[in-house]
Design a protein around this ligand. Sequence first.
Ligand code: FMN
Ligand SMILES: CCCCCCC(=O)C(=O)O
Length: 361
Amino acid sequence: MAPLTLAGIERAARDQLSPEIWDFVEGGSGAERTLAANREMFGRHAFRPRALVDVSVCAPAVDLLGATLQLPVGIAPMAYHRLVHPDGETATARAAGKAGALLVAGIFASRTLEDIAAAATGPLWLQLYWLRRREALAALVERAEAAGYAALLLTVDAPRIGRRLRDLRNGFAVPPEIRAVNLDPALMAASHHAGQGSSGIAEHAREQFDPTLTWADLAWLRERSRLPLVLKGVLTAEDARRAADHGVDAVVVSNHGGRQLDGALPALAALPEVVDALPPHIPALLDGGVRSGADIAVALALGARAVLVGRPAFWGLATGGEAGVGQVLDLLRDELEHTMALLGRPSVADLDRTALAPWPV
Ligand SMILES: Cc1cc2nc3c(=O)[nH]c(=O)nc-3n(C[C@H](O)[C@H](O)[C@H](O)COP(=O)(O)O)c2cc1C
Ligand SMILES: CCCCCCC(=O)C(=O)O
């Protein structure tokens, strides 16, 4: 029987992957408090269902930066999809397109930006880290525009890589046959070697990520591209207001899936203050701990325009390539429509804070 929950797909994925890769995917930073809290926050909300509403048609479609998503879900940017399946990002792109979901390809994609774009049939964004070598960034932006990417997403919660104890203990390094093919190999050398008590990921970031990045630098990126700009890693009202002041087009409320600052606010807890601080024309997305359609309904009710899922996409990819990612997205769609029907809120516009109450303790 096909898995009935994402947890079933997660269990199957664990059997497919080596312990080191499993730890890299699943792990968080420090004591993994934020990783756990991302999930726990969803359990703090109860639904307030309304009766006698016509729910014969439940429509989860939303508009996002000029595109329609049939499913208010995107696949979060993740490095190296080929770590978990030989087809890598092109399989993910095909599955996202079929499901009407967004794909955010990562700067450390293991397939070329052009191959990913050719496989994509839905909205496609490119994620960037701010590298010290700005000319490498500029070249990527130019390629992304030419290949038809619809937005640039800049990750702003990683001036350095979080202390991921599992990776440090495992001495995790990216296997030599898996490459960030869109970047000069010389830039990526450190990611393939783990020093004593370190990981290749941490070494690479120390060498290549620019920790001097500030709000003033966003103008440099704006000058190089007319694509909408999305900031990922906003957790406070203060930063949401600054993002709006700097003309950002959308933000992702995210703590990087608990992989960066351990002890940072759970993403769902930060969502209302960010939404309330943004002007209505700037949408907020949320990622971190979304594992079911009911979770998506909670996030939308708290004001997210859409959610991103990270690890679940890798579970699907590991277990079945394109079909596996499709299974994850189809499950999320079925569960979301089911929740909307039983909640008496048949469209996304009906999902607002009146749909929720604090879970009674
Ligand atoms: C294996 C893995 C690789 C990731 N790589 C990136 C990346 O390259 N850039 C980035 O902005 N976020 C990266 N993330 C974070 C995700 O974009 C996202 O914020 C997080 O996975 C959401 O939490 P979830 O996994 O609980 O859904 C990565 C996450 C994982 C699990
Ligand atoms: C080798 C480059 C660093 C990849 C970092 C990927 C990432 O953001 C993650 O959370 O892992």
